[in-house]
Design a protein around this ligand. Structure first.
Ligand SMILES: NC(=O)c1ccc[n+]([C@@H]2O[C@H](COP(=O)([O-])OP(=O)(O)OC[C@H]3O[C@@H](n4cnc5c(N)ncnc54)[C@H](OP(=O)(O)O)[C@@H]3O)[C@@H](O)[C@H]2O)c1
Length: 347
């Protein structure tokens, strides 16, 4: 395997592997946990990741009501190898993890996450969703308090648009606390951060962009392409919600049209030329389509960190194999160009 690539979480000095592991599906019955995959499967995925040198794991208090944190905590305690752990504060209206309703709930929430994980300090503590302008300062102050109290080494945001990110960054910067990262939807089929100012703002502020849904919830594996599986219900609804762009992190003017339009990611016939190209490139590297999609992300931006979710050893091994080879710049350009043509024809 080539030397694994590390990237820094903003100005925090914390080094993480460019590819981390997302654990949203760990413990979550609605994603098939307990029926399609089990604790043994996710434990094997965890171990294989560490074996390959991956050190970064992303979880949240809201994933399976804390079960993702508990599983992760149990795994790294049993394993003993060093890991970098990111978790999140989720206000209760989203998933009701702990009835968290106001900034004063942030410190109890991080205590709960630390307890679930069996840790004294989190490497990265993130605000899961943005807040309205009238309430945001209180949450940012509370987030800063997690660093000042030593409960978190660094703090990050999720789903903050370019304007919201800049506001939050400057507000905390004046108080001597630096935002390290922002989780944003970004993958080969969702490239709006390239044009909506998000990546530019991350660069200007030195905030690490962390790509969520890097495989478009499995669509970028090619398994739902023409002739493949039907899109599962959860995949369809996640794509619809993403398209609605509730937080303004997507296409700046597309949301109204999107109320009535099938999401781009679900247009399998229109996307087939891209999957054909990815398949051809994959076969010339003895690789798979999913590896091409992850390799594209690695090359997409020099500071991009991406955290594909995996439910078992087979998936994680396939994803980890993307670290063994690199797309040529010609291959990268061809894929990028074709995808833009398909998007422009669709929108
Ligand atoms: N901050 C936020 O608001 C936010 C939101 C969403 C996600 N996230 C983070 O981002 C991470 C990644 O997102 P995600 O896990 O939802 O989506 P994803 O990484 O785009 O897709 C993961 C899913 O794709 C399928 N898959 C993965 N590797 C595969 C392979 N090699 N072959 C076939 N199928 C494969 C699996 O589902 P199936 O087996 O069911 O196909 C897996 O659960 C999350 O785990 C979470 O940590 C954060």
């Amino acid at each position: 395997m080539d030397k694994i690539e590390y990237r820094v979480l903003g100005d925090s000095g914390i080094n993480v592997t460019a590819m981390g592991i997302g654990t949203q599906a760990w413990g979550k019955e609605s994603f098939g946990y307990g029926s399609r995959y089990t604790e043994k499967d996710v434990f094997e995925a965890f171990q294989a990741s560490l074996d390959a040198g991956v050190n970064f794991f992303d979880t949240s208090d809201s994933y399976a009501k804390g079960e993702s944190e508990r599983l992760l905590g149990k795994f790294f305690k049993n394993d003993g190898r060093p890991v970098v752990i990111a978790s999140k504060f989720t206000k209760s209206k989203w998933y009701d993890p702990g009835n968290y309703k106001s900034p004063k709930d942030v410190l109890p929430a991080i205590d709960n996450s630390l307890n679930n994980l069996g840790l004294k300090q989190l490497d990265l503590y993130q605000m899961h969703y943005p807040e309205s302008q009238s309430k945001i300062n209180g949450y940012l102050d509370a987030l800063a308090e997690t660093v000042k109290s030593g409960k978190a080494k660094s703090i990050g945001l999720c789903n903050f648009s370019a304007d919201r990110l800049r506001y939050a960054y400057e507000y905390l910067d004046k108080k001597g606390v630096t935002i390290a990262s922002n989780q944003i939807g970004y993958n080969l089929l969702f490239r709006h951060p390239e044009t909506n100012g998000l990546l530019k703002t991350c660069d200007e502020l030195n905030v690490a962009p962390i790509a969520i849904l890097p495989l478009a919830e499995g669509i970028l594996t090619g398994k739902y392409r023409v002739g493949g599986l039907d899109y599962p219900k959860n995949v369809k609804s996640i794509m619809k919600v993403t398209q609605l762009d509730i937080f303004g992190t997507g296409h700046p003017t597309f949301w109204f049209k999107s109320l009535f339009k099938k999401p781009y990611e679900l247009e399998r016939e229109k996307l087939e030329p891209l999957f054909e190209l990815m398949e051809n490139i994959a076969s010339s590297h003895q690789a798979t389509i999913v590896q091409v999609a992850l390799n594209w992300l690695l090359n997409s931006h020099p500071k991009m960190i991406y955290i594909p979710g995996a439910k078992n050893l087979k998936q994680v091994s396939d994803n980890l194999s993307s670290l063994k080879w690199k797309l040529t710049s010609d291959e990268f350009q061809k894929i990028s160009k074709l995808e833009r043509e398909l998007w422009n024809n669709y929108k």
